[in-house]
Design a protein around this ligand. Structure first.
Ligand code: ADP
Ligand code: MG
Length: 590
């Protein structure tokens, strides 16, 4: 290797820059679409040859003046900014003047363009970064760019590409993302002349989201709307019943720019914690809009990542707004009518009668004697296919109308019957959810706590004591008053009133574990909710515990009025239904 320093040729410099901007064919699709959007196009068409042999993007935007065409392929040539301060106010996708020269340096590019209102257009032909021809040409107003021989001159880069199908689907992802943020633009995409994606211009984002994300999502989504400082969050997220196996279906946009941001994804997921099962993910299309000076978009070569001035504030706006939307969509119905009708005692006849330790504050409901015949089974668990907004509230909620209580099985499962099926409820899972939601609701003010008659002394490791000492205020806010005694013990003075039936010691030991596991980056609300979940688990009635009918009565009453009443905080189901149809099929009667 020579020890002399040389200035690299422009061609090599462009190829190096291209390595960052044009990682794969999908990057070309993304950059070309963004240029078309910046040119105010109303129609954008992406044509691909199978395996991304060539990519053509056609738009009906402003077009490029013939005397500017040569500049398109020069590095740092842009029509979008003039001075450095502009990039902190920038509203366009592009501003670095890097994409076109980068693409041209690793492929063959044919450009056809005509400025709106001009009579003649221009054709340019560029091969491996060298302009071979610029000439007048007849073409419609707008711009058409055809890129072929992609990476032909850079075999090393070609080797890194994935299977043809994968690259093609990544190209289509680029179209999908752009289309989600620009409902006013009509997009179409084809592969080998076969149309694979088409969305018409839509007046509202809602219609575009439905067209792109599909019926399944739009029938199972919840609108999100929130504000903080002068930032805004809007969009749609999936109902907790509708989960996916990865987080790829969460589309995030910052000022209409698609971004991949782990912290924002985490903010979304945090709102679903304790609502959906572990390793399942929601889907969503979310738009964060904020003044350009509050976000730096110039931190990533392909601008896929951004840096917020106040990342913590944005995180809280996202997780808080979504949590609130989920809670509202799952809120208890006002017109609740209680019609549970116990018919018999527990299956375990002869078992000793248990004191009513969990539900003694509930008087047995008068309506217990009613028998409500003829009510349908359809509302119990499971999705309702309808899209209408009125049904949104009903989706997946447990409702006991029409059911009679038959009894308890194994000290754990409550069995109900209706004309058209059986319903099994896991009593622990149900009670856990009820307590968690009550604690969450109370925590919006101050959690009611109950003083213990005698403080309970609990010994812990010095490490655990340090953690408790650090979190003493947080614990106070959730209704747990502790006082630290020396290096290895503490006294519990009061507990959240809701948990009075549970042992202070177990609760404190669980909390010690939780504090140890907790992610330092979690927000205060997340930390609280994790502690609530662990307390709810301790305080909930256990399996193998006989319940009196009036206890069952109260549990069902509460459950109907609890948000997210289909799963326990660990994501396990609270209820299982067996329809008459299924039962008859099992007995081969059908
Ligand atoms: P940037 O988008 O950062 O300005 P590019 O290299 O992507 O840089 O494009 C260079 C310039 O070419 C743009 O600033 C714009 O003036 C022009 N241009 C590229 N594509 C189009 C298009 N589809 N319609 C109109 N002008 C375009
Ligand atoms: Mg650009």
């Amino acid at each position: 290797m020579s020890a002399h320093i040389v200035v690299l040729s422009e061609e090599i410099a462009n190829q190096i820059a291209a390595g960052e901007v044009v990682e794969r064919p999908a990057s070309i699709v993304k950059e070309l679409i963004e240029n078309s959007i910046d040119a105010q196009a109303k129609n954008i068409s992406v044509e691909m040859e199978k395996g991304c042999g060539s990519i053509r993007v056609t738009d009906d935007g402003t077009g490029i003046d013939s005397k500017d065409v040569a500049l398109v392929f020069e590095r740092h040539a842009t029509s979008k900014i003039r001075k450095i301060e502009d990039i902190y106010q920038v509203a366009s996708f592009g501003f670095r003047g890097e994409a076109m020269p980068s693409i041209a340096s690793v492929a063959t590019v044919e450009l056809l363009t005509k400025r709106q209102g001009q009579t003649e257009g221009t054709r340019a032909y560029v091969d491996a970064g060298v302009i071979k021809e610029i000439s007048p040409a007849g073409c419609p107003a707008g711009t058409q760019i055809t890129v072929s021989n992609i990476f032909a001159n850079i075999p090393a880069r070609r080797k890194f590409l994935k299977k043809e199908n994968t690259e093609q689907s990544l190209c289509l992802d680029a179209v999908t993302r752009a289309s989600l943020a620009y409902p006013e633009i009509r997009f179409r995409a084809s592969v080998d002349d076969k149309e694979v994606f088409a969305v018409p211009q839509s007046a509202e984002i809602k219609q575009r989201v439905a067209a792109v994300m599909g019926m399944d999502f739009s029938a199972n989504c919840i609108g999100v709307q929130g504000e903080r400082e002068n930032w805004k969050l809007s969009g749609f997220i999936s109902h907790p019943e509708f989960t996916r196996s990865n987080s790829k279906n969460i589309y995030l946009f910052v000022n209409r720019r698609f971004v991949r941001d782990n912290s924002l994804i985490h903010a979304v997921l945090s709102a679903y914690r304790q609502i959906i099962p572990p390793r399942r993910y929601p889907a969503g299309v979310l738009f964060i809009d904020l003044p350009p000076q509050d976000v730096d978009v110039n931190v990533h070569p392909a601008k896929l990542e951004v840096r917020f001035k106040d990342a913590r504030g944005i995180y809280e706006m996202v997780s808080g707004t979504i949590a609130q939307s989920l809670a509202q969509s799952s809120g208890p119905k006002d017109s609740f009518v209680y019609r549970l009708t116990p018919r018999g005692e527990s299956f375990s006849a002869g078992a000793p009668v248990q004191p009513q330790k969990y539900f003694n504050k509930y008087p047995p409901a008068a309506s217990r004697q009613e028998i409500s015949a003829g009510l349908t089974f359809g509302k119990v668990v499971g999705k309702i296919a309808s899209v209408s907004a009125d049904d949104e509230q009903e989706k997946g909620r447990i409702n006991f109308s029409g059911f009679s209580y038959i009894g308890q099985y194994g000290g754990t499962y409550l069995i109900f019957s209706a004309d058209d099926g059986l319903l099994l409820i896991d009593q622990h899972a149900a009670h856990e959810r009820i307590i968690l939601e009550k604690l969450k609701k109370e925590s919006t003010q101050k959690i009611a706590s109950q003083r213990l008659l005698m403080p309970e002394i609990i010994s812990l490791t010095p490490g655990q004591i340090t953690l408790f000492a650090q979190h003493i205020d947080l614990l106070g806010e959730i209704g747990l008053d502790v006082e630290i005694f020396g290096k290895d013990s503490l006294a519990v003075k009061s507990l959240p009133a809701l948990l009075s039936a549970a042992g202070a010691k177990e609760i404190v030991l669980d909390i010690a574990d939780k504090l140890q596991e907790q992610n330092k980056a979690s927000s205060l609300q997340e930390k609280k909710e994790e502690l609530f979940a662990s307390m709810a688990c301790r305080a909930a009635i256990k399996a193998k515990n006989d319940l009196l009918p009036q206890e069952v009565n109260a549990l069902c009453n509460d459950l109907e009025n609890t948000p997210f009443n289909t799963t326990c905080p660990h994501g396990r189901p609270i209820s299982i239904k067996l329809s008459l149809d299924e039962i008859e099929r099992m007995f081969k009667r059908k």
